[in-house]
Design a protein around this ligand. Structure first.
Ligand code: SDX
Length: 433
């Protein structure tokens, strides 16, 4: 390093002891948390820790999959801007990119699509499991159970260090998620199950398994088929979000990918995460029409309600996915008819973007604000909305999981705590309490 260049370190003085420490700065803005442990007040001291509930400022992994620049509203999968992928790619091509790291040649893509196409069936015993649910069981509760159950059909998935086994399980999960989702929908509606059809595209096959009635050939409207594929691209990955963190944490114990993904789906189900798209639709329906917006916004300003579909831990600018979804909505409504709740959503956004409460907190529409309007217009019930998030995010979860499994720096996730409980005390017999 040239003589006069600044050292890439932090100089820390512990004023309790007067001791000084030099902490290496890595990658421009990173210090290793373990480097804090040398800061002690006495030799028997545990050493310094960092306290970070919700991991608001903690990197718990390095990754090469997805990059999000929240300040500029930029999202890139393996370096490719989301706008270009949504415009020019397909979901299975993006899946290949996220999983393998490069855009495929035509032969590679054809092989990947074939592999997915020929693994869309699920074991017939899965249908028996589905019959055990009430007719009104929430689709996400069913899906979490079914994905966990798949781990019992493929016990070889436990060998997470075998690359061929990982590839086989990844292929199975990408292929079977639409089938499972369609089965939950048909169960909910009391309709006979429709089996996968190999000559249909990934989105068309899904729509076919969901909506075909009778023996007639079902061919989805190409605009809706493309809109669903774009929505799948937009939802495919988003670096270290809550559910991906769950996938990595569960996977860090070397659990199989089906069990880890069931946990990731459980995290996604929460209304603050992937369950927000369902919560947005319920909120818009509750508001009903633009005349009710002022009263609702007052409840938000008072902190009584949250404007679901707004805000993001990382984006402090407009979520680029929300912009694309908003444009896609117009294409869908041209086919399905305009969703009247769109007027409520547009007016809410217009008010929120001028509202001091939201401006001060950098709250913008996120990926979940407009997606539900499209899903509803396409005929999906709100209970299926989080499932429509989980299907494409399967690819992101698995790409991140496989990166973690192969990362030599990764160990079983086991964070520390700051204990605030009781001092040591002796047991008191019940008669003396
Ligand atoms: C997804 O992480 C990802 O990448 C997630 C995701 C992905 O692709 O995986 O992008 C998908 O989950 C999108 C987010 C979907 N969730 C929602 O739309 C639910 C509503 N939004 C939030 O609850 C909230 O904005 C979060 C959960 C998204 C982010 O929460 P943070 O970062 O913990 O922020 P916070 O809850 O601490 O809020 C900061 C402030 C608070 O006010 P003050 O305490 O400072 O007074 O902003 C307020 C919050 O009350 N706030 C909101 C709000 N979101 C934050 N107030 C009203 N409405 C909202 N939506």
């Amino acid at each position: 390093m040239p003589e006069n260049s600044p050292r890439s370190t932090l100089s820390v003085t512990d004023n309790r002891t007067g001791r000084q420490y030099e902490l290496d700065v890595l990658d421009g803005n990173v210090v290793r948390a373990m480097d804090l442990r040398q800061i002690k007040v006495s030799d028997g001291d545990f050493g310094m820790m960092a306290y970070d509930p919700g991991f608001t400022n903690t990197a718990f992994t390095t990754s090469r999959v997805t990059d999000v620049d929240g300040g500029r509203g930029v999202l890139e999968y393996r370096g490719y801007p989301i706008e270009q992928l949504a415009e020019r790619s397909t979901f299975l091509e993006v899946a290949y990119l996220l999983l393998k790291g490069e855009l495929p040649t035509q032969a590679q893509l054809d092989g990947f699509v074939r592999g997915v196409t020929f693994h869309t069936y699920v074991h017939e015993n899965v249908l028996t499991l589905i019959k055990g649910f009430r007719y009104d069981a929430h689709a996400m509760g069913m899906m979490i159970s079914l994905v966990a159950a798949l781990s019992t059909f493929y016990p070889e998935a436990k060998d997470v260090d075998d690359a061929d086994s990982r590839a086989a399980q990844i292929n199975r999960l990408v292929a079977k998620m639409p089938t499972l989702a369609a089965l939950t929908y048909r169960h909910h509606r009391g309709l006979p199950y429709i089996y996968p059809e190999n000559e249909l595209s990934y989105p068309a096959n899904f729509l076919n398994m969901l909506f075909r009635i009778g023996g007639r050939d079902y061919r989805p409207n190409p605009v809706l088929e493309r809109a669903l594929d774009v929505l799948f691209i937009l939802h495919a990955d988003h670096e270290q979000n809550c559910s991906t963190t769950a996938m990595r944490v569960i996977g860090s114990s070397r659990a199989d990918p089906f069990s880890a993904m069931a946990g990731a789906m459980a995290a996604l189900y929460g209304p603050l995460h992937g369950g927000a798209n369902e919560a947005v639709l319920r909120m818009l329906s509750e508001i009903g029409h633009t005349g009710n917006i002022p009263a609702f916004m007052e409840s938000v300003r008072k902190g009584e309600r949250r404007l679901m579909g707004f805000g993001h831990r990382v984006y402090k600018a407009y979520d680029p996915r929300a912009s694309i979804i908003k444009r896609t909505a117009e294409d869908v409504f041209a086919v399905t008819g305009r969703n009247p709740l769109l007027d409520v959503a547009l007016e809410l956004e217009k008010i929120a973007l001028q509202e001091e409460y939201f401006v001060k907190r950098h709250l913008y529409p996120n990926v979940d604000f407009y997606s539900g309007l499209i899903y509803q217009a396409m005929g999906f019930p709100v209970e299926l909305f989080p499932v429509l998030f989980a299907i494409p995010r399967t690819v992101g979860w698995l790409a991140q999981w496989e990166e973690m499994v192969q990362d030599p720096e990764q160990r079983i996730a086991r964070p520390r705590q700051v204990f605030k409980g009781c001092e040591p005390r002796d047991y008191v017999p019940v008669e003396s309490r």
